[in-house]
Design a binder for this molecule. Structure first.
Ligand code: MG
Ligand code: ZN
Length: 218
């Protein structure tokens, strides 16, 4: 029994330390006068594609930076840099989420004062990224049609800890049994009034509404 209590205390301490550093990150981002988002999603939902589309459409007006979290490789950071952003790769070395310390270190490598928009691409995973605040202004979940319409019911925590939701790959609706009403009903139970966007990074349908919302925060 005592062992179990110790374990719980350690986990709570780790999360409290993370939240303190997340607050420091937020202060740095606020004082640099930029808008920041933490993109969370399962692997393959289209985080990097939405980052590319956002950079492609807004880079002429705003300076954009990307912090890319992956277990290994720099494929996604390379894509962000190719699209026209300042990009920093964070390899987590096996960890399945980003934490506030990793972001704190990555921020040291960016010219924050000159940056207008910072996008953090979290590791593809619907579970633990939502438990680690990074200090960014908005947590954004990218869901996608092929994942299925039951995800809010199966992964409620991440749907509760977001400030915006993107439903990507709506061009695949004719080919997949995805009941949008059932999906959105689950979302509204968990997070009433959550702003959400239905779009396709491939066909660009719905992208403008997303870009307008991003710009409204800049
Ligand atoms: Mg990616
Ligand atoms: Zn994790």
């Amino acid at each position: 029994m005592a062992k179990i209590e110790n374990k719980i205390t350690i986990v709570e301490n780790i999360l409290r330390a993370n939240d303190q550093i997340a607050q420091q990150n937020r202060s740095r981002l606020d004082s640099a006068n930029l808008f920041s988002m933490n993109f969370m999603a399962s692997p393959g939902a289209g985080k990097t594609s939405l980052i590319e589309a956002t950079i492609g459409n807004l880079k002429d007006k705003y300076k954009i930076a990307v912090i890319d979290g992956d277990v290994a490789s720099s494929i996604d950071a390379d894509r962000a840099a190719d699209a026209g952003a300042q990009a920093v790769q964070v390899n987590t070395g096996g960890e399945c989420h980003l934490d506030a310390v990793m972001i704190n270190n990555a921020l040291n490598q960016l010219e924050l004062v000159e940056t207008d928009l910072l996008i953090v691409e979290n590791v593809g995973n619907l579970i633990c990224p939502s438990g680690f605040q990074l200090g960014t202004h908005k947590n954004v979940l990218i869901a996608s049609i092929p994942e299925g319409d039951d995800k809010p019911y199966k992964y409620p925590q991440i749907y509760q800890n977001i400030e915006a939701l993107v439903v990507n790959k709506i061009d695949l609706m004719p080919y997949v049994d995805f009941n949008m009403d059932y999906f959105l009903k689950g979302v509204s139970i968990l997070n009433p009034g959550l702003i959400h966007f239905q779009l396709s990074c491939r066909t660009k349908e719905g992208i403008q509404e997303w870009l307008d919302w991003v710009e409204s925060n800049l």
